[in-house]
Design a protein around this ligand. Sequence first.
Ligand code: PFF
Length: 454
Amino acid sequence: MAKFDFSKRDSFGTKFGVIAAAAGSAVGLGNIWRFPYVAGENGGGAFLLVYLLFIIAIGIPVMLSEFTIGRSAQRNVFGSFKRLAPGTYWYLIGLLGVVAAFIILSFYSTVASWTLEYIYKAAADSFSGKTAQELTHMFVGFKSATFRPIIWQIVFMGLTAWIVLSGVKRGIEKYAKILMPVLLLLILVLDIRAVTLDDAGKGLEFLFQPNFAKLNTSSVLAALGQAFFSLSIGMGTLITYGSYINKRENLASTAISVSAADTIIAILAGVAIFPAVFAFGIEPEAGPDLIFRTLPAIFQKLPGGYFFSLLFFILLGVAALTSSISVLEVVVAYFSEELGISRKPATIVAAIGITALGTLSTMSWGALDHISLFGNKIFDMLDFAASNILLPIGGLFIVIFLGWFFGRERIRKELSSEGLFKVNLLQVFMLIVKFLAPIAIALVFLNGIGLLNF
Ligand code: PFF
């Protein structure tokens, strides 16, 4: 096995490319599929408020910490900790990130496989003339068929691997720059249709009017998990992407732009979905099935519904793809830089391993329907383990590393791009990464899993 040649490391080419790629990672199924249903299960408005608070107070600082670590080290997630803290155990956080990447992509590709099926169904005009109930049957029937979803999952993982094989600039950046703006436009069109549905007010009220009675400790943990999942933080995806950012880019403004884009798209997705949920009599707690049942129903009410549904599911697939490539890149960068496997076999091996685990997740409603723990299927367990456990733990150690180990002067140097930019609010950032974020993450986490009780 040859050693990796670090002088030939790939990188992003332009400022817009960096934002598109990082926003491409952040904006994905997490915003359009996961946010609406998690908000629905946790009471809507009050959940949204807690979520926003976590994005600002914890999410943005963790994202900035990841960019800082990655760009400073110029390595994959494991190598970054090894390089910045040689002779210590910090590299274990890097390993945790690689494991989290495996788990996340395994269940992420399950949902992506549903998306591909829905592209196919939209193209075949399968939604037209169906009632909300028929659409529900259609979805449940599909996801509990064992083979068909697995075939789509293999196709999706193949596409992901194909882009990752082309590299950072010519694969990841190139596609993200075109696809992200188109996605935003399409959601806006759906929003306009959704808010003009009869009874749209009820849906908007559900999303925006806080009802704190519905908030409990598990929904606060769910909000934290959703913030981490949606921003792609806590497992070193953005350490890996940070390591490809040019030394002259302003990291703080990048982190703020990416987080803002991610949050706006999640809210816009909620605005597209909840009015339809109420208008078509679907329960907002429908769980992971929510968008696959509501959106085909809205499309039928749109002039040009055939065209829009096709375009929407294609874009959902694309949003999933720009996120999944970032997760696969974590593993591929680790395999190639640390284990000296060249990019092509590294990508193929990683994609096959993840797909193998992913098929178990996809069979959660089919052949493995009987397996569950406390009412959670394999899919739910993988999602819970990654989003509500591994990402918060990863995020906790990332901020502790930055605040207590990396040191203020190194942070200033990285954030100012060696004096190119003025660093505002460093004091506040230090307070957050040293105290506020670690304490908040630890409390929410311990409380959410039941080890502490308020
Ligand atoms: N942020 C992505 C989404 O919202 O769909 C999912 C994701 C990507 C999670 C990368 C974690 C990650 F590291």
